[in-house]
Design a protein around this ligand. Structure first.
Ligand code: ARG
Length: 274
């Protein structure tokens, strides 16, 4: 017995002396001892309002696809985490983040000072601006022309903000919709005279619905906007991972490839993510 104990002791001392801090022997079924320890891979639940082509939308199979999905999937791959996209209506999306029901939001969300009070944003990944859609024959040439017209917006978006500012908080001419496509459908059927929404979505809709006979009107008074991913205030871990992955895909051309796949052109040179 003494012999056994002392052998173990000597072996232990030798191991310690060699600096070999071997972990306890692995069970037979696990990876060979020579393999690097497998780091824990986090899965983040991602909220997105998937009614926003070409950024986030559902394909015929009901899968959530688009620029945002490709982007965050690539970001996650680079930074070593997994993502699970969950369709989340815009009206409840910030609340879902605050409640912890979603870890990350990617939903073409404009970074604003007001939103920064209640959530943390990643580095910007896309430049946007408001754009007006009207019927082909409309006599609208600038945003101010919409002052007294019926204008459709998606509730709680930056489009809603600018139109509310133009028309006044109590204006009955500001028509708020659950989604941007619903507002655009209403323009098609004549229920509103104009829609104000993010340029990318308006341009996509006009291009894919020639029958709607829309034209777009730009206005230089619209402030430039930038999209960011959002995490719950204080979620430094998720934010750091997202920013790490974003930097990686911007640096290695993945971002440009995803941009080109979605929009058919190279990203503008001055873009935040160029
Ligand atoms: N960029 C605008 C905003 O942040 C509209 C975003 C709407 N996104 C969506 N998936 N419906 O207010």
């Amino acid at each position: 017995r003494f012999l056994k104990a002392s052998t173990a002791l000597v072996a232990g001392l030798l191991l310690a002396a060699c600096g070999k801090q071997e972990p306890p022997p692995a069970p037979a079924a696990s990876a060979p001892a020579s393999a690097a320890p497998v780091p824990e891979v986090k899965t983040f639940t991602v909220g997105t309002d998937a009614a926003y082509a070409p950024f986030e939308y559902q394909n015929e199979k009901g899968e959530i696809v688009g620029f945002s999905v490709d982007l965050l999937t690539a970001v996650a791959e680079k930074a070593g985490f997994k993502v699970k996209f969950v369709n989340t209506p815009w009206e409840g999306i910030f609340n879902a983040l605050a409640q912890g029901d979603r870890d990350i939001l990617i939903s073409s969300i404009t970074i604003t000072d007001e939103r920064k009070q209640t959530m943390d944003f990643s580095d910007p990944y896309f430049d946007a601006v408001q754009l007006i859609a009207v019927k082909d024959g409309a006599k609208v040439t600038k945003f101010a022309d919409l002052k007294k017209l019926k204008v459709g917006v998606q509730t709680g978006t930056t489009g809603d903000e600018v139109v509310t500012k133009l028309q006044g908080k109590t204006a009955t001419t500001t028509k708020r919709f659950e989604s941007t496509p619903l507002a655009l459908k209403e323009l098609e059927s004549g229920g509103v005279d104009a829609v104000v929404a993010d340029n990318g979505v308006v341009i996509h809709y006009v291009a894919n619905n020639p029958g709607a006979k829309f034209k777009t009107v730009a206005d230089s008074t619209f402030a430039p906007e930038q999209y960011g991913l959002a995490v719950k205030k204080g979620n430094a871990e998720a934010l750091a991972l997202v920013n790490k992955g974003l930097a990686a895909i911007k640096a290695d051309g993945t971002y440009a490839a995803i941009y080109k796949k979605t929009f058919g052109v190279e990203p503008p040179a001055a873009a935040p993510a160029a």
